[in-house]
Design a protein around this ligand. Structure first.
Ligand code: C5P
Length: 214
């Protein structure tokens, strides 16, 4: 599986990470969560007291930070941000940071270097099949209804389903309507609607779509 690149995109809370990790482990590939990268930049921005909408300042933070994402967690300039990047504060500001073109180009560079270094991998995000790796071996758009996504999230970490659903819909709206690299179904991607499917079923289904080795 040396240079196999699998791109997984889709809206918030669709189970991309769980599915992506499982597919990577089945295929003995490395896995990259690019959402964690945008979240880590947002964490650094908030920590420095920078306004998430301050275009130039935010760009400078993105360019300057040391970002490590591995099995131990997410580290921003040596600080463990694993838990905080999933919190309300970061989640509420990440779409604004991710709409910043200079931030995106910095992250895309880092993502491409990562794939070169690791010789392929499973890469998950919003623009992987459309912008970062348009020539990926397999491009997937993993989705489910907002209600189902909210219910799954609440089953995992608690909260109010209506509130979680509203916040998912709002984040998807911001991510889909930005001008740079909006969330969309990339050309040549296959949509996997996971509504009513278990994780195992989704993973098994994806594994049947792999291009023949050769
Ligand atoms: O995947 P996750 O929900 O953790 O992503 C957090 C946010 O990061 C998204 O809502 C989006 O604004 C941004 N993102 C992005 N491009 C990616 C991955 C994530 O803009 N490739």
């Amino acid at each position: 599986n040396g240079a196999l690149v699998i791109a997984i995109d889709g809206p918030a809370g669709a189970g991309k990470s769980t599915v992506g990790r499982a597919v990577a482990s089945q295929l003995d590939l490395e896995y990259l969560d690019t959402g964690a990268m945008y979240r880590a930049v947002t964490f650094a921005v908030l920590r420095r007291g920078v306004d998430p909408h301050a275009t130039d300042e935010v760009a400078r933070v993105a360019e300057a930070i040391d970002l490590v994402i591995d099995d131990d967690g997410v580290f921003v300039d040596g600080v463990d941000a694993t838990v905080d990047i999933r919190g309300r504060e970061v989640t509420g500001s990440v779409s604004a940071v991710a709409a910043n073109s200079a931030v995106r180009s910095e992250m895309v560079d880092r993502q491409r270097s990562w794939v070169l270094e690791h010789g392929g991998g499973v890469i998950e995000g919003r623009d992987i099949g459309s912008v970062v790796f348009p020539d990926a071996d397999l491009k997937l758009f993993v989705t489910a209804s907002p209600r189902i996504r909210a219910e799954r999230r609440v089953a995992e970490i608690g909260g109010d389903v209506d509130e979680v659903e509203a916040s998912i819909i709002e984040r998807d709206r911001k991510d889909s309507t930005r001008s740079d690299s909006p969330l969309l179904e990339a050309d040549g991607s296959t949509t996997v609607d996971t509504t009513g499917m278990s994780i195992d079923e989704v993973v098994a289904h994806i594994l049947t779509m792999l291009p023949a080795e050769g």
